[in-house]
Design a protein around this ligand. Structure first.
Ligand code: SAM
Length: 972
């Protein structure tokens, strides 16, 4: 081969002279470099001409990528700098380091801008190329679809005449043994023939009649779950029923161990039932190990397929431990009770799979195999090749070829451990049509997917269109990917230019029209494009936005600059409607198709976007409350929101420079006194309108007395609601709130609103009626929490020095004079703080929460919005800003409130609360705002950590049903 030209398409003929091919020429012809590689003169010249043209384009700031490169299908030209050069890294450098630094600097100054430019040009080139390919792909898919339709038409015509074949799928006939008046028929199409005449029908298999679960009585023998759902169940005897509802039983295992079990964890000892077990029945069944020996032990599972001729009259069982097997009736025992949705009873590892299976049943996608075929399959989290050894109805026996001992296993043909199923599911999630593929595989005799309908015949499907949806919990719905209308503007192809307001497409963004869509999708409606690309070098996926003028932007900083120079920010297209995390999908929308109750908007249009209420469990509705948009006060509460008493900034740069904005500085100031909590001062507070870490000392937003714009970077919780929320009835926590769209980490969700009341006032009420109080009370204990962070929870001690210092500056805000205090002349925020000190003078008692709980007669608990671990910091006390006698307050949302009152508790929360000062700097009256702790997918319930101390309220216990892995079991 080495006496041939490296260009496979070389036309020079056999007698041409060959030269040694340099590395770059090999790369041009996509050939691996070697010292004996040869190239002929015309091909050598051709490659150098190409390199010349690349250099010229590079100098002229034109894109170096084009279609001329012969290896374009396999290689990408990389513009790498010397730092990236692997060879350079391995060879010892003989260069003078000073010279090399100088050269690097010169290169950076001269070539650097050209490289940056190329970066952008190449990005645009590739994005445009990708769009073109996608378009072509669509055309091909359309053609395939048309061809498929044509072929099926032809088939219909062909068979119409000879009557050999019908294309309508007939319903499967149910085969009944006898006519039974009290039978509940499973199917309307019933053929009364004697199935027992069919070959192989087992004598002990009962008929399909209504299943009855007899009540358990004292002395009954049962099987009980001894350890967990994944362990075998053991024989036991019922001692007595411990609840009137006959759901909990005291049992004694045969080895003498006693326990109380729910009837969902008990199974009847014998198979005397006259009925077959229907699909979805909760059972325990004998499990056969791979050596085909009965273990004689019963494991928990569900019935996935009824016994029928085609499966040799066995039941298909999905076991909780993930195995699937066929089991005869005699080796199955019915569990004594089960939930309405049996997936709630199974082990969490198989819950989602079973939920989807039962929901779609009788339709189920399965891979069609023939013996000896090779298929990709997963074993212990590794995908490898497996060979089909046997097929048994809905099961396939696979031998994993990459394992040492040739691991062999029976697997359900619809398992997502099988490559074809897994691929289909992933492509349907990404909304990519997988159409055509199944048919091609069929033609090539590869494994392909068929949709089996247990009430009819099999038919080939593509499950890609069976939804572009993801399924979530049972009491919920599906996630759809919304489509951006085709007439929305698209980015222009990039040409070199300086961005200005001319780049802005004149789109009038109207919030009222967009109230049903995720804010993150706004940019896509007005000419931005969001793509996810893989950075080949970093092996990372990243998000790139293409702006309407064709520029590619891959981070928040550059996008912020772009919005500023183009003026988009003044049209409410602010930085927080962009997100650069590829796990967040701006187009996801959660939909609940079937509900008993749907209220379109619990806020009665008081919020800018509707907050619907749905109930998929029963027909109850939430108790009526007065929906409010601002917190309310009761008489006697001295909440002063007059802007005259606020300090504002004078910024004209959107409060970008945190050092210069006096509001940012207020936020920054607090943490300086708590070095143990805040190590990195630059990281405090909002970053591009998102909050990644709670600031316990509070955030001070720009306010009505500031000179900055309403869209400035320091205004977040005061902006209108931007999240799409829904109130829904949970299984056992009452009403809760879910998000209908993906929420990126750090985003503001909403505030918590209610009536501001004094704790004394609350206590008085409780004396008259203590039922359910505390459920909707949040304590405004900002000062207490900050102090707690410093002092330790129980240690309320006011430093006498601080007290006396404070005495001189308290009392009446009308006395306010910036120069009247003596200890702060070099404190830049002194003026602001003094103003706060003096403004709020009502009586505030800084008592600790523990006292509050015991005092309120043990019947309720106040939410601790700010509880933190104690810390022995030597920092200055916030107490000096308020009168030590002043009152403590709660936000009561029992009769008046907003959506924030419905958030439930979770031991593994996905939102957190933050105190924010907006309309007052009075430390007693912060706004309470919820922020996302992580990226949250559409359809997920939003829950925060109430942080109650379990057992702190006498005689009051609340079980926690948050369902988190780390759930502490009790809320209170
Ligand atoms: C602020 S309310 C939340 C909304 C409430 N679920 C409703 O139906 O209106 C707090 C109450 O919800 C219930 N709750 C919240 N989280 C819970 C959890 N993880 N487990 C059980 N109950 C919970 C408790 O009754 C608690 O007192």
């Amino acid at each position: 081969m080495d006496d041939e030209c490296i260009n496979h398409n070389c036309k020079s003929g056999p007698n041409r002279k060959l030269f040694v091919a340099p590395k770059d020429v090999c790369s041009y012809y996509a050939v691996k470099y070697g010292p004996n590689r040869k190239v002929c003169k015309p091909c050598l010249v051709k490659s150098y001409r190409y390199f010349d043209s690349v250099c010229r384009r590079f100098r002229n700031q034109e894109c170096v990528l084009d279609d001329e490169h012969p290896g374009k299908r396999r290689t990408i030209i990389e513009l790498s700098d010397s730092d990236d050069d692997d060879d350079a890294a391995t060879e010892p450098s003989t260069e003078d380091p000073k010279l090399s630094t100088a050269v690097k600097r010169i290169l950076k100054d001269t070539v650097g801008p050209l490289v940056a430019k190329q970066d952008e040009l190449c990005d645009n080139y590739l994005i445009a190329k990708k769009a073109k390919l996608e378009k072509r792909n669509e055309i091909v898919n359309d053609l395939v679809r048309q061809a498929e339709d044509g072929i099926s038409e032809l088939y219909k015509m062909l068979y119409k005449h000879d009557g050999q074949r019908k294309f309508e799928f007939d319903e499967e006939l149910s085969i009944m043994d006898e006519v039974c008046s009290q039978c509940e028929l499973w199917n309307q199409d019933v053929a009364f023939i004697t199935s027992k005449q069919l070959p192989g029908f087992p004598d002990d298999l009962p008929t399909r009649v209504k299943l009855i679960r007899p009540s358990l009585r004292q002395g009954d023998k049962v099987y009980g779950m001894k350890q967990s759902l994944l362990h075998p169940w053991a024989e036991a005897t019922v001692k007595l029923a411990v609840s009137e509802t006959d759901r909990y039983f005291h049992i004694v295992f045969d080895d003498g161990q006693e326990t109380v079990l729910n009837y969902k964890h008990l199974a009847y000892i014998n198979t005397s039932s006259k009925a077959q077990h229907p699909i979805g029945s909760r059972v325990i069944a004998k499990f056969q190990d791979t050596n085909i020996q009965l273990t004689d032990k019963f494991y928990a599972g569900i019935i996935a397929e009824p016994p029928k001729y085609l499966n040799n009259f066995r039941y298909l069982i999905f076991f909780d431990d993930g195995y699937t097997q066929y089991v005869y009736h005699k080796n199955i025992r019915l569990v004594c009770g089960q939930s309405r949705y049996v997936e709630n009873d199974v082990h969490e590892n198989v819950r989602e799979f079973i939920r989807v299976y039962l929901k779609k049943f009788p339709e189920r996608p399965m891979v069609k195999f023939s013996k000896k075929q090779i298929v990709r399959a997963e074993l212990n989290n590794i995908w490898g090749s497996a060979k089909v050894k046997n097929i048994d109805a809905s099961l396939v026996q696979l031998k994993f070829l990459d394992t040492k001992n040739g691991h062999t296993e029976w697997m359900y043909r619809g398992s997502n451990r099988l490559g074809p199923i897994f691929n289909q599911l992933s492509s349907s999630k990404q909304n990519k049509p997988a159409r055509g593929l199944t048919d091609v595989n069929k033609l090539l005799n590869r494994p392909y997917i068929e949709l089996e309908n247990l009430t009819g015949n099999d038919k080939t499907i593509n499950i890609a269109d069976s939804d572009n949806t993801r399924n979530t919990q049972e009491n919920s719905g599906v996630i759809k990917s919304i489509e951006i209308p085709a007439n929305c503007p698209k980015p222009l192809p990039y040409t070199a230019h300086q961005c200005s307001n001319l780049c802005r497409i004149s789109v009038q963004y109207d919030d009222s029209q967009a109230k049903d869509v995720n804010v993150l999708s706004f940019p896509l409606y007005i000419g931005f494009m969001r793509s996810i690309i893989t950075d080949e070098k970093l092996k990372l996926k990243k998000v790139i936005y293409t702006t309407p003028c064709g520029r590619s932007i891959d981070n928040e900083g550059r996008m912020y600059e772009y919005l500023k120079v183009t003026g988009y920010d003044t049209y409410q297209i602010t930085i927080d409607v962009f997100n650069f995390d590829c796990t967040v999908d701006p187009l996801s929308k959660f939909i609940v198709p079937k509900v008993f109750i749907r209220i379109p908007d619990i806020s009665y249009e008081m919020e800018p976007r509707p907050i619907s209420v749905v109930n998929s469990l029963n027909d109850s509705v939430p108790k009526h409350i007065k929906y409010i948009k601002d917190r309310k006060t009761t008489p006697g509460i001295n909440l002063n929101i007059d802007s005259k008493f606020l300090c504002g900034c004078n910024c004209i740069d959107n409060c970008e420079d945190k050092e210069k904005c006096s509001c940012w500085q207020l936020t920054n100031e607090g943490p300086k006194n708590y070095p143990n909590y805040f190590k990195d001062h630059d990281d405090i507070g909002y970053s591009f309108k998102r909050l990644h870490k709670r600031v316990i000392t509070g955030i001070y937003e720009c306010n009505s007395s500031c000179k900055c714009d309403k869209t400035c970077l320091n205004r977040v919780v005061q902006e209108p609601l931007k999240t799409s929320l829904q109130v829904f009835l949970t299984e056992n926590k009452g009403w809760g709130v879910r998000t209908l769209a993906d929420i990126p980490k750090g985003s503001f969700v909403c505030t918590y609103l209610g009536v501001v009341r004094t704790n004394d006032d609350t206590e008085n009420d409780l004396k008259n009626d203590c039922s359910n109080w505390g459920e909707f009370m949040a304590e405004l204990d900002f000062i207490e929490a900050v102090e707690e962070a410093k002092d330790g929870y129980e240690s309320y001690v006011v430093d006498p020095e601080e007290e006396s210092e404070h005495d001189t500056s308290s009392s009446d805000y009308e006395d306010f004079s910036p120069s009247s205090s003596d200890d702060s002349s070099d404190d830049p925020n002194f003026e602001i703080r003094s103003k706060i000190n003096k403004m709020f003078v009502s009586k505030m008692s800084l008592r600790n929460l523990q006292d509050t709980h015991t005092k309120i007669d043990g019947e309720h608990e106040l939410s601790k919005l700010n509880t933190q671990q104690s810390d022995q910091s030597e920092s200055k006390s916030l107490r000096r800003f308020v009168d030590k006698e002043c009152e403590a307050y709660t936000l009561d949302s029992k009769v008046c409130g907003n959506v924030g009152r419905y958030f439930n508790h979770s031991c593994d929360p996905n939102i957190f609360i933050q105190n924010v000062f907006v309309d007052t700097h009075d430390l007693r009256f912060p706004w309470v705002a919820y922020f996302a702790l992580s990226n949250i997918s559409a359809g997920t319930e939003l829950a925060w950590d109430y942080n109650y101390t379990v057992g702190c309220v006498k005689d009051k216990k609340i079980q926690c049903y948050c369902g988190a892995r780390n759930c502490k079991g009790r809320l209170l």
